[in-house]
Design a protein around this ligand. Structure first.
Ligand SMILES: [Zn+2]
Length: 512
């Protein structure tokens, strides 16, 4: 006999953060036996450590369309198949562009004294013809006209086109865990997106377009001048390399961009200051990268636990499998990927039979604009009315503290009651409001309830997000076990309830 608990509105009302009257709350049936067995399987028989270790140490970084991403698609599909999921697929979502991978890099600053250059190539940028020695040159130009004064002076130079980085001590370090009082803060009023003055908006868009044209013209000018390559400063301090990639370099219609190195901020600044002092800085650099153009399509990994009487309806869970290449994409978003895999493993290991089909999706191309999830959503319009909810984890390694309602108040009492049995594991907040930046937006944009869990920040915003430090060491394995348990239970209960998740009216897509 399963112990089914009808959560009473009074209990839920204590938790509810948004102004939802108790009378509006439907009662959820929470299967306490399922909760208990999910907790035991997830906390005592966890596979999180093995999954995390393999994904980060053996497969490594997973830049979209890189060989690493292909290995990750294959391995995740293998694991889901091994656990007995159905319909396991590595499914193309559309054309992404070229693949790219680091092959080798070595670099030194030669003058005024020799030292290794701490740097990594930006994604989708080119190679040097072997070892190249050349001067560092600063360019200060805000328009194409201003560039003209540099004509004829840049051949063989390493270009610094960005200003030195301002650095100061971290006076207000952020807490690694979110204090309870912050989680329980009353909801902010944020109905819809804040309206920006249309003139201000038009001005910003025009400025953004102008800067893009300037950058494009600058790049063409620099390539024409025969530069050795570009140096850009890391966007993190304490010698930590953090960066991104070249959108233009992905497009097979474009030539491969010149080499670009993402340099530790402190060394970038030192080079910059010495050049400004009039002290020549010679650099010696050999960077080799490989582009791949044989398959321009990119792929998501998917798999199902088929439902019973409501099998043609879906509860989806997902995270992005792709990462940047600077570290091994452990917290962004290896963490979410293995949490979702582990949630499926737990449900399968317990042989819990959901009424709706529970589908896992491990996306590609999130880092370049939620491309894999948006592509999948676009490719499956027939499923839109059948997807009850999509649940996403993509805020690092911290344990789950709650979930955003994505400005859909009707779901608050559902989540409050389903998540109630996890208060002792730190799950306390169902927050009213929108959270952005990741794959649930692909669903939200077409009116499918899409949600992203609230997590403790740990070192995500400060050290690991898109940096060389995003490695296995930074994973909090116990936090990830907790997250997998919470996700498994959420997905299971959403798949068991009589009704689909309440929907909100379709809003125009956001431009994040
Ligand atoms: Zn991410």
């Amino acid at each position: 006999m399963r112990r089914m608990v009808r959560m009473f509105a009074a209990a839920a009302a204590v938790l509810a953060l948004a102004p939802v009257a108790p009378a509006q709350m439907a009662q959820e049936i929470v299967d306490m036996d399922a909760v208990k067995s999910i907790r035991v399987e997830g906390l005592e028989n966890s596979q999180i450590e093995e999954l995390a270790g393999y994904l980060t140490d053996v497969i490594g970084p997973r830049l979209t369309n890189s060989p690493g991403m292909t290995r990750a698609n294959e391995w995740t599909a293998e694991m889901l198949t091994e656990w007995g999921l159905a319909n396991v697929q590595i499914e193309p979502w559309g054309e992404f562009g070229r693949g790219w991978e680091r092959v080798s890099y070595s670099g030194r600053i030669l003058t005024p004294y020799a030292q290794p250059l701490v740097a990594q190539p930006s994604g989708w940028t080119g190679s040097t013809p072997g070892m190249v020695t050349g001067p560092a040159v600063i360019i200060e130009a805000e328009s194409v006209e201003e560039l003209e004064e540099y004509r004829g002076t840049l051949a063989g130079a390493w270009i610094l086109a960005r200003p030195a980085v301002e650095m100061s001590p971290d006076w207000d370090p952020r807490p690694l865990r979110t204090p309870l009082e912050d989680l329980l803060e009353p909801p902010e009023e944020q109905e819809g997106r804040p309206q920006r003055d249309p003139e201000e908006r038009a001005r910003r868009i025009a400025e953004w377009r102008r800067m893009r044209e300037v950058r494009q013209a600058m790049n063409e000018f620099l390539i024409g001048e025969g530069i050795a390559g570009m140096l850009v400063p890391s966007s993190r301090e304490y010698t930590l390399v953090r960066g991104g990639g070249s959108g233009a370099g992905r497009d097979p219609a474009n030539p491969e961009p010149p080499p670009e190195l993402n340099v530790s901020g402190e060394q970038y600044n030192q080079i910059y200051r010495n050049v400004k002092r009039g002290i020549p800085v010679e650099l010696e650099i050999d960077v080799q990268n490989q582009f791949y153009s044989d398959d321009l399509q990119s792929y998501n990994t998917l798999g199902d636990i088929p439902g019973s009487d409501l099998a043609d309806e879906y509860v989806m869970i997902g995270a992005h499998l792709d990462s940047w290449h600077y570290g091994t994409g452990a917290t962004d978003d290896g963490a979410g990927s293995i949490v979702m895999m582990e949630a499926m493993r737990i449900l399968k290991a317990l042989d819990l039979q959901p009424r709706r089909t529970i589908r896992i999706a491990l996306w590609a191309g999130e880092e370049q604009g939620l491309l894999g999830s948006r592509g999948w959503v676009e490719n499956h319009p027939d499923l839109h009315p059948k997807i009850s909810a999509y649940l996403n984890v993509d805020n690092g390694t911290g344990r789950v503290r709650g979930i955003w309602d994505q400005s859909n108040e009707a779901v608050i009492p559902v989540f409050e009651q389903i998540l109630w049995p996890f208060r002792d594991l730190g799950v306390v907040a169902v927050k009213h409001g929108n959270t952005g930046g990741t794959d649930h937006l692909a669903f939200d944009a077409v009116g499918i309830p899409g949600f992203n869990y609230i997590q403790d920040p740990i070192e995500y915003g400060t050290f690991t997000h898109h940096t060389a430090a995003d490695t296995f060491e930074r994973l909090m394995l116990d936090d990830l076990k907790q997250a997998a348990v919470v996700v498994a239970a959420t997905a299971y209960h959403l798949a068991m309830r009589d009704e689909m998740m309440p929907r909100k009216p379709v809003e125009p897509p956001t431009t994040d």
